[in-house]
Design a protein around this ligand. Structure first.
Ligand SMILES: [Zn+2]
Length: 267
């Protein structure tokens, strides 16, 4: 079993073993940080700390679950970057495109471990037979975390081969595969008319309730993709007009899609 992270050790030290017990105000208080919610102009959350005391301020105008992640992110800064004054802009918190600074990524990682701790998340994830956004939404509700943060954690911690792909109007924005997903199966950059993403992205269709089969070639350019199908479940992850985004969860129909045996038969 993987060693417990700092955040998980902190939860267990206080006997926190259920998602409903992860009360971030109290957790911050146990670390000497006081939390307040108020409107901020130039950032979404900030922390001012001196010696063992800090004040964390979070702007909660962007939704309760977003504020919860921002607060966990600031607690991460307090744990990892003590005695620094840090102001975090919207793009610093929960960024997935790899452009965020190392400190911001560290705070995000801490936040994910604090509000979606592995020892609570993995047993619940395993209870679902098939990956889907129905499963992700159920987990998001149990942990009171956004769909996107939960979906990313789902991809990170799933023991099955699953990939999460995010699309914007111009094509793929980012993707995250589970640890067993093979590196040479990368999602295509552009849109494909056969994967159902564009209808959802441009508002002509509603979200499906469960994953549906598509040709693997609708998502992947791998030379074997034409021979296989994948299950894909797409949902709208951002609905503001110019920044509309769709997240798609993809997994193989059959386990042999990734078997490399026939790769040798080409030679
Ligand atoms: Zn930050």
């Amino acid at each position: 079993m993987k060693a417990l992270s700092l955040a998980e050790q902190h939860l267990l030290r206080y006997g926190i073993t259920e998602p409903g017990q992860i009360d971030l105000d109290t957790i911050a208080w146990t670390m000497g940080a006081k939390v307040r919610f108020r409107r901020l102009e130039s950032c979404e959350a900030k922390i001012t700390g001196v010696q063992n005391k800090a004040i964390i301020t979070v702007d909660d105008r962007f939704g309760v679950r977003r504020a919860r992640f921002s607060l966990a992110h600031e607690i991460g800064h307090w744990e990892k970057h003590r005695n620094q004054i840090l102001a975090c802009a919207k793009q610093d918190i929960g960024s997935v495109n790899g452009k965020a600074k190392a400190k911001e990524r560290e705070a995000d990682r801490y936040a994910a471990e604090l509000i979606l701790p592995r020892f609570m998340f993995v047993p619940r994830l395993k209870a679902f037979r098939k990956p889907s956004f129905a499963a992700i939404d159920e987990l998001a509700a149990a942990f009171d975390v956004s769909r996107k943060a939960t979906a990313l954690r789902f991809a990170d911690l799933s023991q099955m081969e699953v990939m999460l792909i995010c699309f914007g109007p111009h094509g793929r924005k980012w993707f995250r595969g589970s640890s067993s997903w093979p590196d040479n199966w990368m999602p295509k950059r552009g849109h494909d008319p056969d994967n159902g993403v564009m209808e959802l992205l441009f508002g002509k269709k509603n979200e499906a309730k469960r994953p549906h089969l598509h040709p693997a070639s609708a998502f992947f350019g791998h030379y074997k993709a034409k021979r296989y199908n994948v299950y894909a479940h797409s949902v709208v992850s951002r609905s503001d007009h110019e920044n509309r985004e769709v997240m798609t969860l993809v997994f193989p129909e059959t386990a042999d899609m990734f078997l490399s045996s026939d790769a040798h038969s080409r030679w």
